[in-house]
Design a protein around this ligand. Sequence first.
Ligand SMILES: N[C@@H](CCC(=O)N[C@@H](CS)C(=O)NCC(=O)O)C(=O)O
Length: 207
Amino acid sequence: MFRLHGFFTQNSRKPLYVLSELGVDFEFVYVDLMAGEQRTEDFLQMNPLGKVPVLEHDGRFLAESGAICRYVANVIDSGLYPADKLQRAKVDQWLDYFSCHLGRWLTTLYFETIIRPRANLGDPNRRSIEEATKFIGQQLPLLDTHLTGTQWLANDALSIADICALAYVEQSRDVDVSLQSCPQVSDWFSRLDQRDGIVKARALLQS
Ligand SMILES: N[C@@H](CCC(=O)N[C@@H](CS)C(=O)NCC(=O)O)C(=O)O
């Protein structure tokens, strides 16, 4: 049994969506970051770095969303993280791309325009917003080109890279970034957005 401790934002959604898509038995424990629950003694015992998400499995703990997704898919030998070395590296390539580039910039916009006001963290940082907007404008069309002729990010097959990327790209709805001029990205997004595992996982965030 897996237990995921997380918040409602993208780093927690990545493993939440992966666990749900893998169809494994798991529990989601909401950690209210706005209330500082990540700094309680109990939480710091699980992750001394004071960050979500944290996975609890057989009494042991693992942090970092990407590591959690890989671990869970590995433990159950899921094809969503393929065993073939090159195919696996391709999945890693897209996981890293989203953490370091497109996903990172969408998250910057989400933080500046949604989280910062909600958490009373002062005025949005205009320079960060401009920088993120510029890079998103450059990177979305490149992703669109990549997705021309393939349904999924890596190996022409659904993988944990797509599921994690969804958690980043869905932020576009809240930060006013349109996918309309990128039809392949829009199609890829719709294919993922409607999946049972994703819909079920989102329901856990609302309960
Ligand atoms: N690289 C980490 C980032 C984790 C992270 O920054 N988590 C944020 C929420 S998205 C957090 O716990 N913030 C609380 C804090 O820093 O006090 C991952 O992918 O899991």
